[in-house]
Write a protein that binds this ligand. Structure first.
Ligand SMILES: NC(=O)C1=CN([C@@H]2O[C@H](COP(=O)(O)OP(=O)(O)OC[C@H]3O[C@@H](n4cnc5c(N)ncnc54)[C@H](O)[C@@H]3O)[C@@H](O)[C@H]2O)C=CC1
Ligand SMILES: O=C(O)[C@@H]1CCC=N1
Length: 263
């Protein structure tokens, strides 16, 4: 039995991935602080909702998907009931495996940083083993996540960097998308047209980068005609220091992650 504790946006993405990859709804339970949320998930997926303590007692695998600030209360509540748990997987940003192990001593813990494209089966997750987790636990976690994301193993000391890059990363892409759409509207394009062109450009450019395996600089050069339009735009980005702003912003996100984790 797998229990998803905290069935919000990310919890639901995990749930739908598990069911899509062939898990029986009878082998998955959810628990959430909001009863109406539990009713919704029962209605949509046919999974049973239990109280946190009952879910922890019934499951061999826990997927901990509450917000980081709700994690201490959840761990304190379930710890006395989690005797049969063989693997605890946490997706909470900035919560270290050692913190979870303080509450669930001797339990194998795997820490995951997913991202929101997991909601459409296109996530990028990084995973790290806690001190009791073995190869088998990492493989089990990879199997659970593969239906909704790619999975990359990193040592836990790289979790804050991965959180800054891929965990927060979708926000940077949406920020760029907003700017591009606004530019289109400023130049007189209908908003729907600007949105569609921006969306297809981002999707197409990402697909080309993946499928060609080329370095992004090579792909950018292929767009940039001497003395042309792209060269004018890129020169302005360089003049404004956008490249170093992006780099500094992501390092700031990494530092904030370490601060939130109490490091
Ligand atoms: N949203 C994002 O971009 C990402 C989020 N994460 C992590 O995923 C986790 C979940 O995030 P979201 O799904 O976005 O949040 P959310 O707010 O949609 O879901 C959290 C759920 O936990 C429930 N909850 C709160 N306290 C509880 C308790 N004591 N017992 C049971 N349920 C409880 C809430 O009712 C809510 O449904 C967070 O720890 C976050 O750090 C990780 C990567 C990316
Ligand atoms: O902004 C945050 O703190 C979380 C972590 C990764 C994405 N959202």
């Amino acid at each position: 039995m797998i229990a998803i504790l905290g069935a919000g946006k990310m919890g639901e993405a995990l749930l739908s991935g598990l069911l899509r990859s062939g898990h029986d709804p009878a082998d998955v339970v959810v628990s959430d602080a909001r009863p109406e949320r539990c009713a919704e998930l029962l209605e949509s997926y046919g999974v049973k909702a239990l109280a946190n303590t009952e879910a922890a007692a019934a499951a061999e695998t826990l997927l901990l998907a509450v917000k980081p600030q709700d994690m201490p209360a959840l761990l304190a509540e379930i710890a006395p009931h989690a005797g049969a748990v063989r693997l605890a997987i946490s997706i909470a940003a900035g919560v270290r495996t050692a913190t979870i192990e303080e509450w669930l001593p001797a339990t194998p813990v795997v820490r995951v940083m997913p991202n929101t494209p997991m909601l459409v089966g296109q996530g990028a997750s990084v995973i790290s083993a806690g001190s009791h987790a073995t190869e088998e636990h990492l493989v089990q976690t990879e199997e659970l996540l593969r239906a909704v994301s790619t999975v990359t193993r990193v040592p836990e000391r790289h979790q804050d960097a991965a959180t800054a890059l891929s965990g927060s990363g979708p926000a940077y892409v949406y920020y760029l998308a907003e700017s591009m759409i606004d530019a289109g509207v400023t130049m007189g394009l209908p908003r729907a047209t600007a949105r569609e062109l921006t969306l297809q450009t981002l999707t197409g450019a990402a697909t080309l980068m993946r499928d060609s395996g080329e370095h992004p600089a090579v792909l950018r050069e292929a767009v940039t005609s001497p003395g042309g339009t792209t060269a004018a735009a890129v020169a302005e980005l360089e003049r404004r220091g956008v490249r170093s702003a992006v780099l500094d912003a992501i390092v700031k996100a990494r530092d904030r992650g370490a601060e939130l984790a109490g490091e």
